[in-house]
Design a binder for this molecule. Structure first.
Ligand code: KG4
Ligand code: ZN
Length: 353
């Protein structure tokens, strides 16, 4: 049994959790969404300040809800990359301080690896290999999972992430931030066939369409142009039809690529992660495409799809078991490829009994 205290501050949620193996003992999140709403998006300086104000309370709440003693904690884990560097720094500094004061091993965790591990929390019996579609405000990636730290990146967005496209289109329509949930709600009342929108194909040098990579900035521009045109002819924008047509384009693009990667590489399971996993259109399209193929779909509950520290703790448990440890001079990094995770660790010799 391995028990980890985990901290996550990569964007706009201050989160701490206690995880024992693949079981959540506490999962505390202080959301800053209200602080960023007036600005229509996350403001890095506002986020860092709020993390600083919340971090100690959130850690204390996670420890007290788990009703565990420091002596039973095996390691302190923290998201150290990628993310907003000022936000990450608050979590990393708190984790390093606790590791030093409580004399516990430190584990820096890659944020996307955390999102992958939400699937293990949802399905503790899940074993690799499986394919993961990570769709959040910052990432749209198709990742093959072969083991802890063993990943292959099959495809990604070349520009805007899926959630970012949702947020930008919502802003365009004056629907506020975050845009995903409100557009998803409106889409369910609109006609998805009302407007033809581009799927965002990426062309390879030989002119063929890239099977797994996507682009959402063209789609966003197409919506902007369409809105301009509609404003000339309509007193009131057909917002629900716009939302439904946009949602269909995004869901189709993501589904086509995820299914292609699963079929081409022989995966039997497709796990979905990130905030956009909540999207009803994406869920419908994926279910319809996966069923005839016998492909198992895993949709973790929403509280585990969006940013949280339990997923970070779950990844840390596996790294701890492998003997991975991070040095106390661990730094926050705004960018780090999922394929460079090993640079976060010095592998300590495993104890010989
Ligand atoms: O994973 P997440 O909480 O944070 C990041 O790491 O980015 O994802 C947040 C993103 C936002 O862009 C939000 O608009 C989007 O997820 N989102 C949705 C839905 N719920 C949240 N997008 C589409 N449909 C939804 N129902
Ligand atoms: Zn995230």
């Amino acid at each position: 049994m391995v028990r980890v205290l985990a901290i996550e501050t990569s964007c706009d949620e201050t989160a701490a959790a206690v995880v024992r193996d693949r079981a959540i003992e506490s999962n505390v999140i202080a959301s800053q969404v209200g602080a960023h709403q007036p600005f229509g998006g996350v403001v890095p300086e506002v986020a860092s300040r709020a993390h600083l104000e919340n971090i100690n309370t959130v850690i204390a709440a996670a420890m007290s809800e788990a009703a565990c003693d420091w002596s039973t904690i095996d390691a302190i884990a923290v998201t150290c990359a990628p993310g907003l560097v000022g936000s990450l720094l608050i979590g990393v500094t708190a984790a390093k301080t606790l590791a030093l004061v409580k004399q516990k091993p430190l584990l820096g965790i890659h944020h996307l690896e955390g999102h992958l591990y939400a699937s293990y929390l949802a399905e503790p019996s899940l074993e690799p290999p499986f394919l993961c579609l990570l769709v959040s405000g910052g990432h749209t990636s198709l990742i093959g999972v072969y083991g802890c730290g063993e990943y292959q990146l099959f495809g990604q967005t070349r520009d805007d992430a899926a959630g970012e496209a949702y947020d930008k289109v919502a802003r365009l329509l004056g629907l506020g931030y975050p845009g995903g949930p409100v557009l998803d709600r409106l889409a369910q009342e609109g006609n998805p066939e009302a407007f033809e929108l581009p799927e965002g194909n990426i062309r390879l040098p030989d002119g063929k369409v890239h099977p797994y990579d996507s682009s959402f900035s063209g789609l966003k521009t197409a919506v902007a142009r369409l809105v301009e045109e509609l404003r000339q002819t309509h007193d009131e924008l057909p917002v629900a039809d716009l939302a439904a047509s946009f949602q269909k384009a995004v869901a189709q693009a993501l589904t086509k690529r995820a299914i292609a990667a699963a079929v081409d590489h022989g995966f039997k399971t497709l796990a979905i992660g990130g905030g956009v996993a909540a999207n009803s259109g994406l869920r419908q399209h994926l279910r319809a495409a996966a069923e005839p193929l016998g492909l198992q779909l895993i949709f973790p509950p929403l509280r585990l799809c969006t940013d949280n520290a339990a997923m970070i703790g779950c990844a840390a448990v596996d790294h701890f078991r492998r003997g991975d440890r991070s040095p106390l001079d661990l730094t926050a990094r705004s960018r780090l490829s999922l394929l460079e995770i090993s640079t976060l660790y010095t592998t300590a010799p495993l104890a010989v009994s």
